[in-house]
Ligand binder design. Structure first.
Ligand code: B4P
Length: 192
């Protein structure tokens, strides 16, 4: 099962992907996590990415493409993957398609998690308090939402035009949203 998770910042992609892993048994690949880990390790790339992330901008496509190709080339994706945070613009979407075809595992489905923007602001303010992520400050969240509407939202139409898109309502409890996702995937018997 090769799944691309789409949604605005704070729509619950990372939260849902972590739970889906337990039910589907395929790895969760989050570009946000890969970038934050590189920043923690203090690599040149990680430090460059950190200053971009902290402003709420997108890290350059060439860096992301290399990072994601390295990750998608590993053996553990043989039975599928949950891709979270990539693609974030049309160029990344086209590059991903080409890469997955070349690697022999094209995407099966793209799931767009739809959440009311007011709800998103509340969630990210909560995370800012709990985790202290620099990019969850109100000003940066506003910029991330602007970048999302300008650059990432067109990716939704791209997957729709390829016949791969399904929308899931992302309002409500985390468990209820997980059940909605599993039901569009026709998964109900894979127990954690
Ligand atoms: P990400 O790490 O992808 O950040 P995100 O969009 O906020 O999603 P995340 O998965 O963390 O949050 P979630 O919605 O699960 O990216 C960070 C930055 O990295 C980007 O801004 C960009 O700079 C860079 N980057 C990443 N990928 C890139 C790419 N491809 N190209 C270029 N740059 C890239 O959760 C948010 C909060 O909501 C959590 O606190 C959670 O507990 C809460 N929550 C979730 N579901 C909830 C629910 N149902 N009810 C209540 N709260 C809920």
């Amino acid at each position: 099962m090769r799944i691309v998770l789409l949604g605005a910042p704070g729509s619950g992609k990372g939260t849902q992907a972590a739970l889906m892993v337990e039910r589907l048994g395929v790895p969760h690949i989050s570009t946000g996590v890969l970038l934050r880990n590189a920043a923690k390790r203090g690599t040149r790339l990680g430090l460059k990415a950190k200053s971009i992330i902290d402003r709420g901008e997108l890290v350059p496509d060439a860096i992301m493409s290399d990072m994601i190709e390295e990750r998608l080339s590993r053996d553990d994706v043989a039975n599928g993957f949950i891709l979270d945070g990539y693609p974030r613009n049309l160029a990344q979407a086209k590059s991903l398609d080409e890469m997955l075809e070349r690697l022999g595992h094209p995407a099966d489905i793209a799931i767009q998690i739809d959440v009311d923007p007011e709800q998103i602001i509340k969630r990210l303010a909560g995370r800012a308090e709990q985790e202290g992520r620099a990019d969850d400050s109100e000003e940066v969240v506003r910029n991330r939402m602007r970048v999302y509407h300008e650059k990432t939202a067109p990716v939704i139409d791209y997957y729709a035009s390829r016949g791969l898109l399904t929308h899931v309502l992302g309002d409500g409890s985390i468990d209820v949203i997980l059940e909605r996702i599993l039901s569009v995937l026709n998964v109900d018997n894979l127990v954690s």
